[in-house]
Design a protein around this ligand. Structure first.
Ligand code: D5M
Ligand code: FE
Ligand code: ZN
Length: 481
């Protein structure tokens, strides 16, 4: 008998426990390095319950190899760009993208009462009415000079320049993003210029969300950056080990969502090789597989790419391609999706988006910052678009259809990218920024970005109660809400 096994048996016997022969068979097949921890935790748990026999069942539950039949575990992919990508060429592609964006938004606002009064931009040029009119379009520019703000919109009929005098409305106009869709109430001014009297965002109606029937938990992760020197392997491994522990929440986790930047990639930024411990994508993916292998097989893992993962960089991103010889695609408990994606977990709709557009948005929008990512997430929901700004830092492919419009309203909105874990609610939608598992990089330190890495966020899909486990030993590292 291996010495670790006899140590484990003696430990239990000395504490007055009996071990059932079927339980013994399971112990014989367990990784010897884990035996001591397993036996100690089971003994501790069962001592509390004053039960002094270790059965096959105890071990199966502890190791996550026993399914609780009452816990549902159903993943459906509701929308995934992977198979829908049909990128257009040059100006033609760009026109198709923007015309699709405009049409999708007209459909979104069509249920609003104002939309019955919508006029084309061209028709306002010859209008003589004193009544208010409504137009809609994509923001091509906004300029604030002295006390005046000018807003320029475009629809398929033409371009419109409106003037805003009202201070509050000017503030709202200052937060509009380039290329986002808005509806405006306008009237003809004294000198026949057009005045903007109201700005109406597409926004989200209040939600009475979908809930899971059973108290299944989902864990939200992102930005592991496996392969980077700064990946917190030890902390991540502790989290993975916790999943197989007898902890009552750990036992109910059936979904793990990885919202992008699973690996650090290769050639993503200059001199990245100096900050890598795995120099090739294949090596990084292999390491990821070996880490994920330790997750109990009854947990479904959903993997979405970010800007560091292999595959195309431009949004929308297809799922991590199969060509890297990764066996991730073949695993029964792994679901590979593109970015963005909408999935259903026991009926709860989760919109997953890595969050690349946050970089462009915080740069151009007063009041938004990296350390409050959920505020930016609310901004995206109000704009009903995941990445409106075209032609800035975030690459967007000129797709024939705009797949970044938020058409389906989720129950949970899961984003990563900025390495700040934060929770919030907006109109009944749970907002989760799942932070990172990568320590502050020299680049982040140089620009004053302080991540709060190593926090796992877990949501009870029936009650929407949120729990978190902090694996970071730094006491200042806390979850924001
Ligand atoms: O990005 C993590 C965060 O850091 C994200 O907000 C972008 C920012 N970041 C990272 N590298 C750069 C460079 N080189 N320029 C500008 N901003 C950067 P991640 O996707 O994990 O790299
Ligand atoms: Fe990242
Ligand atoms: Zn990222």
């Amino acid at each position: 008998m291996k010495k670790e096994l006899s140590f484990a048996l003696n430990y239990a016997l000395n504490k007055g426990f009996q071990i059932h022969p079927d339980a013994f068979k399971i112990l014989e097949n367990v990784d010897v390095r884990k035996l001591e921890k397993i036996i100690k935790e089971i003994v501790k748990e069962k001592t509390k319950q004053k039960l002094f026999q270790i059965s096959q069942d105890d071990l199966e539950v502890y190791l996550g190899i026993k399914d609780d039949p009452t816990l549902q575990c159903e993943v459906k992919v509701i929308s995934d760009p992977t198979s829908k990508i049909t990128t257009g060429e040059g100006v033609k592609g760009y026109n198709a993208l923007f015309s699709s964006r405009f049409n999708k938004f007209k459909r979104i606002v069509s249920e609003r009462p104002e939309s019955r009064m919508l006029k084309s931009i061209a028709s306002t040029k010859t209008a003589k009415t004193e009544d208010d009119m409504y137009v809609c379009g994509l923001v091509t520019n906004r300029v604030s000079e002295r006390n005046i703000t000018k807003l320029i919109l475009e629809d398929p009929s033409g371009s419109f320049e409106g003037i805003i005098f009202d201070k509050e409305l000017q503030q709202l106009a200052d937060t509009l993003l380039s290329d986002q869709f808005v509806m405006v109430r306008i009237s003809i001014g004294k000198n026949s210029g057009l005045l903007v009297k109201d700005i109406i965002l597409p926004d989200i109606p209040d939600q009475s969300g979908n809930r899971s029937e059973s108290e299944t938990y989902a864990a939200f992760l992102s930005d592991l950056h496996i392969g980077s020197k700064y990946f917190m392997e030890q902390e991540f491994t502790e989290f993975v080990q916790w999943l197989s522990s007898p902890d009552p929440v750990a036992k109910k986790i059936r979904f793990i969502l990885i919202g992008g930047d699973a690996v650090d990639g290769v050639g993503i930024y200059p001199n990245q090789d100096k900050e890598l411990v795995c120099q090739t994508i294949e090596e990084q993916l292999e390491k990821m597989e070996s880490l994920l292998d330790k997750i109990p097989k009854n947990v479904k893992i959903i993997i979405m790419p970010g800007n560091h993962d292999p595959g195309r960089r431009a949004l929308p991103q297809p799922a991590i391609p199969k060509k890297y010889n990764s066996s991730l695609w073949e695993r029964e408990n792994v679901v590979m999706v593109g970015n963005p994606a909408v999935i259903s977990l026991n009926g709860v709709k989760v919109m997953m988006f890595h969050g690349q557009s946050i970089d462009d948005i915080v740069k151009t929008t007063p009041g938004l910052s990296y350390d409050k990512p959920t505020t930016v997430m609310k901004h995206l929901l109000k704009a009903r678009h995941l990445s409106p700004i075209y032609g800035s830092q975030t690459p967007i492919a000129p797709e024939m259809q705009d797949l970044m419009v938020i058409e389906d309203i989720p129950d949970i909105f899961h984003v990563g990218h900025v390495h700040r874990a934060q929770l919030d609610m907006y109109k009944g939608i749970l907002l989760v920024n799942s932070g990172s598992w990568q320590k502050q990089t020299p680049f982040q330190a140089s620009v004053g970005m302080t991540p709060n890495p190593g926090i796992a966020i877990m949501v009870n899909l029936k009650t929407f109660q949120v729990l978190h486990e902090n694996y970071n030993s730094n006491l200042d590292n806390v979850l924001q809400s």
